[in-house]
Structure formats: structure tokens, C-alpha cells
Design a protein around this ligand. Sequence first.
Ligand code: ZN
Length: 67
Amino acid sequence: MTVKRKRFIAGAVCPHCQSKDTLALWSDNDVESFICVKCGYTQQQTDGTNAEKRPLPEHIIGIFHPE
Ligand SMILES: [Zn+2]
């Protein structure tokens, strides 16, 4: 049951190449990561302690469904 599902983050901007709508998000062992399909930039999203570095707009959080 370790299916990796990717979803694109509408409106998200890659912190590396500044491209929009190129970030794909997936969850691996409860760690959310994203990759920019344009430049290959990847970043893990650990828990909320690094919120200040989180590149995603706050309203994006609304699409997450933990269960
Ligand atoms: Zn990029």
C-alpha cells in the first residue's frame, strides 16, 4: 500500500526557477515532497516547524486530505 501519488499544485511557484504550475507534490512515508518538473528541483516538506521556508501559498493547504 505504498502507492506514490503525485498531484500538481495549482498556482505554486518553483523557488528555484520561478516557474508556475510545475510543482508536483507527493507523499512518501508521511513526508510530503515536491518536485519541479521543469528544472528538477525537489524539496521535502517536514512538519510545520519550517513554515517560514515553505514556498507554497497558505491557501494551498486546503487541498490536503490526510485521511
Ligand atoms: Zn523549477
